[in-house]
Write a protein that binds this ligand. Sequence first.
Ligand code: UGA
Length: 437
Amino acid sequence: MKVGIIGLGVVGLSFASVLGSKGFSVIGMDSDEQKIEKINSKKSLFFEPKLESFLKNALSTSLEISSDVQKVVKNCDLIFLTVGTPKSKSGFIDLSMIKNASKNIGISLRHSSKKPIIVVKSTVIPGTTANVIKPLIEKMSRKKAGKGFEIIANPEFLREGNVISDTLKPHLVVIGGSNSNSVNRLKKFYRKLYDSKIKFMITNTQTAEMIKYANNSFLATKISFINQISSLCQSIPGISIDEVAEGIGVDPRIGRLFLNAGPGYGGSCLPKDLETIIQFSSKIGVNPILLKAVQQVNDLQIKQIIHLLEKNLGTIKNKRITILGLSFKENSDDVRESRSIELIKILLKKKSKITVHDPKAMKNTEAIFKNKITYADSLLKPLDNCDCVIIMTPWKIYTKLKNNSFKNMKRKLIIDTRRILSRKNLNAEYFALGMGN
Ligand code: UGA
């Protein structure tokens, strides 16, 4: 079975690299020639632990990279659609890339003798596979689904920073489709990739699509829930949110994962998917009050940091503030919807002087702020002479900061949004989100 993967972003490139390095015959396709060139030179497009070695391995064995969709349709039996579905200007899901890819598949399919299974891995609102993608391919190919091709919804659950392990060991494989033969063929394909313990769920396309949104919405809800409790803890001396999370996390009905309080969730998925499901709900006449509250709590986290700053420094105009950590989470260079980026935008409006540091995300941050802020190439230098340091991303390197590291700060004010330092070891004014002073 030859596999095609259309769209080489985080999901597509990771999937192609893992499949290729496991010996599956794969064509990875993207319309961006620059991307193709970089991948062919065995370089990952973004920082992701272990990805580059899997990519190298795949390219030297069974992964071919191409910008030709016709080649994919002509040769592949299984075609995964992994193009991005970003947020449009209105905040709703932008389906232009997936529509474009579907049209191109359809056109190529017109003169092809293959009857591929087209598998939608991209995150799309319920109904998109059946009501948008399928009809587009049918129209352009002049073939009917079920006769000229098959279509399946198969959402992806991998996390940035863990793409290789999540691709190799998903917690669940959701397959949504109406044709049991093609569902079974896809299941058989996955069985070759995964060990026998991996669980499968077979359903229809719209339920599969909804599972993805419900999953990300629930994760965002868990984070906003703990952040709400964290705000309470912060106002009560002697309470630590981490102990509270530990305590409730032992209850198997709750679980400890995704109960780490912090500056709010960011990234290219949770904020976008929550906004999409909120707008979608309103469109179909459901008032998504809980999900709106989840968003509101998330926005409040940054406001709390600003409040702490102004409470301690008075005006923050011209104050020198150092931000440690720019990526939306550790082990990633992705700054999309990162809370650090939102914080910097507000601080710049208030005319603070910003210096930033991140082990991996400096280049992506520079592309946003250009010369409006200062970029530090070492960890300790940006602390010299600053009025406050804010730890935003829990990179391991920041956990190693000691009392001595802060000795040259103008004012030793530390705001630790992830509680990675310990107050008792610091001779400084130390504020941590979720810790009562
Ligand atoms: C998320 C989901 O976790 C994946 O299952 C899903 O496949 C992916 O979106 C997607 O839809 O493609 P990701 O965006 O890579 O994955 O990152 P997460 O690990 O979910 O973290 C998201 C944000 O929440 C980060 O800013 C992180 O710092 C924050 N977070 C996470 C917390 O503040 N506390 C936590 O306990 C967990």
